[in-house]
Design a protein around this ligand. Structure first.
Ligand code: AMP
Length: 371
């Protein structure tokens, strides 16, 4: 099948690498200023500004049978117009909701799914009022274009609030959230096919540094039946709401076994990369199976599995010499704290996996130094 992916980053790359094995062919839709190194050699790249009509764009993409996305910040109008030519999965509506924190949290609330207490604000007065209601510390996040902790403010006191309120006229719509005193962060990755076949990966336990995912471990330890049931219910409500097709990723806060949704991603997710090497059907393959209406495959690994991100650095040879990690390199230039690759590993014992992840973290990011 010909599949067009909107976006040219590492998720598009890993989708295409998985899909080539299944006999699919890919084309990629790029924003005018988007880097395309990750997908070089994997299929033609089409620039969105070079085609006036959706007919012309559809032709340029090679008349795909399915259009999918590797990111949520894409034009909904464009997806809607492409959906008159072929299947678009996940749907334009799922993308529209997930690209805006205000819309996303409002939907979660309407589906009776717990989130942090939140208020959408657009001016200084409503910002002040919202922070008054949720108290300090308060998380303030832009509704759109925020990821990996970007476009976020953690307000600790009224001085910080005053400073942010002064900037308000130049800022876009924001969500103000009460701080959740969670014990840990989890994520759930699920896939649903066109025919409605659904699979779920085990809950992953995720560690972040400076707002960026550093490590994931599966299955998360000490998940009670009630907590698992809660996670399953959350996923089912969302999948049913959209008649969702593809992989959906759900980031969760775990507070003594009670879950709240922090964020949704209508796509494959960094916390699911472990699945590439753990003897299961990877999240990339399952996304492709789901959108091409094939039954998704096994999601339960036989061993404990982990992943550590390479943030703004390579893994030196000494690390790779140990031979127990699989390197995934995105072919991007190394800058700042950019995600440029990751290492996957497995172990028959949880403690062994943890120790190895900790050792890798210490070697890659010594002394807890800023990333
Ligand atoms: P986000 O961009 O929403 O995923 O937030 C980045 C990170 O900030 C999360 O992974 C959490 O560690 C932290 N965070 C975000 N929102 C909250 C909240 N309401 N309460 C506590 N921690 C939060």
């Amino acid at each position: 099948m010909r599949i067009a992916i909107v976006g040219c980053g590492q998720l598009a790359r890993m989708l295409a690498l998985a899909g080539w094995e299944m006999g699919h062919h890919f084309s990629f839709l790029a924003d005018p200023d988007e880097g395309t190194r990750c997908v070089e050699g994997l299929g033609p790249v089409v620039y969105s500004d070079q085609h006036q009509s959706s007919d012309a764009l559809f032709e340029a993409l090679g008349r795909p049978e399915v259009v999918t996305v590797e990111k949520e910040h894409v034009s909904v109008a464009l997806l809607e117009s492409l959906s008159t030519h072929c299947r678009v999965a996940p749907s334009a509506d799922a993308i529209r909701v997930c690209q805006h924190r205000g819309r996303e949290k409002t939907l979660l609330q309407s589906l009776d799914i717990a989130t942090a207490p939140f208020h959408v604000v657009t001016d200084a007065a409503s910002l002040n009022e919202a922070v008054d209601t949720v108290g300090y510390p308060a998380f303030v996040k832009s509704c759109e274009q925020g990821y990996d902790g970007q476009n976020q403010w953690l307000l600790q006191d009224s001085a910080a609030l005053t400073a942010l309120a002064q900037q308000m006229p130049t800022l876009p719509a924001l969500v103000v959230e009460g701080a959740i005193r969670f014990d840990r962060e989890l994520s759930l990755i699920v896939a649903r096919s066109v025919s409605g076949d659904t699979v779920m990966y085990p809950l992953a336990e995720n560690k972040h540094r400076e707002g960026i995912l550093l490590t994931s471990e599966v299955p998360a330890a000490n998940i009670s039946q009630q907590t698992q049931q809660q996670a399953t219910d959350i996923a089912q409500r969302l999948l049913e709401h959209w008649s969702y097709v593809g992989v959906l990723s759900i980031e969760l806060f775990d507070e003594a076994g009670v879950l709240r949704v922090n964020e949704l991603a209508p796509r494959v997710h960094n916390s699911g990369h472990w699945s590439q090497d753990a003897g299961v059907t990877s999240q990339f393959s399952n996304h492709l199976r789901a959108i091409t209406d094939r039954r998704p495959g096994n999601t339960i690994p036989a061993e404990y599995a982990g992943m550590i991100n390479l943030l703004g650095r390579e893994a030196d040879d000494a690390l790779l010499q140990a031979g127990d990690t699989a390197l995934h390199w995105y072919d991007k230039s190394i800058r700042g704290r950019r995600k440029v690759g990751h290492l996957n590993l497995q172990s028959p014992q949880r403690e062994q996996l943890r120790q190895r992840l900790n050792a890798l973290e210490a070697a890659l990011y010594p002394d807890g130094a800023p990333l």
